[in-house]
Ligand binder design. Structure first.
Ligand code: IMP
Length: 424
């Protein structure tokens, strides 16, 4: 059976949750490969809203095995809380949640370090979930992995080093240090709770693939937040590329299948960093209010603006996107003429690529094309029934990016989705 990889093509919050939920109709396994509970995926199923941060968005499909891959960072307390909240929403996880023992842990001191950094001039506008500091510890080779929760006797020595390091940094920044014994108790307690779910996910996935199961690889955030390819340093601390699924799980890149990039019909961003097509006027206000542009994880208002084809072309190339899922087209309705950023201008020169230097990216002026707007898309359930200007908008994107739009979403529920092409 084929596999599929779904990634964000902008600065996150593109609506991956809904797209993954739709596409998992045909998936046996859905697996996340990077990031942690900095992500926030909102799913609306049968009028019920479920927000997941760590669990893959396939969680609402009871037949799907849900896996958290090796490249993730897992806050065990947040995972516990999320498992309880999906259980309260009537979703049964028994026997279908698997957490990689190789994933790294976000421990309470990582949250303190993340929050402290946000008070300094190095602030990035992070989600303050401890994701960055946990990946820093991983790269420094003092991170604690999920598997270590199961053997507290072995964990003690390494945890002591990690806590000492963290406390030194916390103290330097005037924060409240943590107690080693509290950290150990935290690990022991969560180890007991998570034990039934901890496994060798890379191996289990291999067995599933060999048994002919279909796998959906679910990315987090969006390409422009990628540690290497995004607007560094205003990025997250892990990979957001489709190809990142391979190292983030321990699976051959040949297994990733078609890549579906998710993009809004306009653009949003939370946190610091360049966003050339940001609109702080009436248009931005319309997008923010009609699109309910508030962060699913932090509740922060999102910066809003016009679709940026320069950034999107870059995302398509770097992530190898073959199909696009275009979300929130309905939000553009009733705005009158719609602007689309088709190029950048920097020091009088036109650019068709984002500049490598993020400082330059902050200085570029967007070059806009104005296209015809359209009115309400309410009740539209077939692409053929979209107003001609809305169809033309979709076709313009396809043509510019040389990719097929596989799905257009015109509302939050599953039913407000207009499929154009099969992607499996
Ligand atoms: P961190 O991932 O919490 O370290 O935050 C780094 C940057 O990525 C900040 O600008 C965040 O707002 C942004 N970010 C992280 N996760 C998401 C997400 O799921 N959606 C949108 N932005 C995100």
């Amino acid at each position: 059976m084929p596999n599929l990889t779904v990634v964000g093509a902008q600065w996150g919050d593109e609506g991956k949750g809904k797209v993954v939920d739709l596409l998992t109709e045909k998936a046996d396994v859905v697996i996340r490969f990077a990031g942690g509970n900095n992500a926030g995926h909102t799913l609306v199923v049968d009028g019920r809203t479920v927000v997941v941060h760590l669990l893959p968005s396939g969680v609402v499909r009871e037949r799907c095995i849900c896996m958290l891959g090796d490249g993730m960072v897992v806050d065990p307390a947040a995972l516990q809380q999320e498992m309880e909240s999906v259980a309260a929403a009537g979703i049964d996880l028994t026997g279908r949640l698997k957490v990689s023992g190789r994933a790294h842990l976000i421990l309470p001191y990582h949250l303190i370090l993340d929050a402290l950094r946000e008070t300094t001039r190095e602030a990035l506008g992070t989600t303050k979930r401890g994701v960055g500091p946990a990946y820093e510890d991983k790269a420094a080779r003092r991170g604690i992995r999920v598997i270590e929760l199961l053997r507290p006797d072995r964990l003690e020595k390494r945890l002591a080093v990690a806590v000492e390091e963290a406390n030194a940094r916390i103290a330097r920044q005037g924060g409240k240090t943590v107690d080693f014994q509290d950290m150990l108790d935290f690990c022991v307690e969560h180890g007991k709770r998570l034990a039934p779910y901890i496994t060798d996910v890379s191996h289990e996935l291999d067995l599933a693939i060999k048994a002919g199961k279909s796998v959906l690889f679910e990315g987090a955030q969006g390409l422009l937040l990628d540690l290497d390819h995004g607007t560094y340093p205003f990025v997250t601390s892990s990979t957001t590329l489709a190809g990142g699924a391979s190292p983030g799980i321990g699976v051959s890149p040949a297994m990733l299948g078609n890549v579906v990039g998710v993009t809004k019909a306009y653009l949003t961003r939370v946190g610091e960093g360049p966003m050339p097509s940001q609109d702080d006027g009436e248009a931005g206000h319309h997008l923010a209010t009609v699109g309910h542009e508030v962060g699913a994880t932090t509740g922060r208002p999102r910066r809003c603006g016009w679709l940026d084809l320069v950034a999107l072309r870059y995302a398509v190339r770097v992530s190898g996107i073959r199909y696009l899922a275009l979300t929130k087209l309905d939000v553009l309705a009733g705005m009158g003429a719609i602007k689309v950023c088709v190029g950048y201008r920097l020091n009088g020169q036109e650019l068709s690529l984002p500049p490598m230097d993020t400082a330059d990216w902050s200085l570029v002026e967007p070059i806009y094309r104005e296209v015809e707007g359209f009115d309400s898309l309410e009740g539209v359930s077939d692409f053929a029934d979209l107003p001609p200007a809305a169809k033309a908008y979709v076709r313009m994107i396809e043509q510019d990016l040389a990719v097929k739009v596989a799905l257009v979403s015109v509302g939050p529920g599953r039913e407000a989705s207009l499929p154009l092409h099969g992607v499996w």
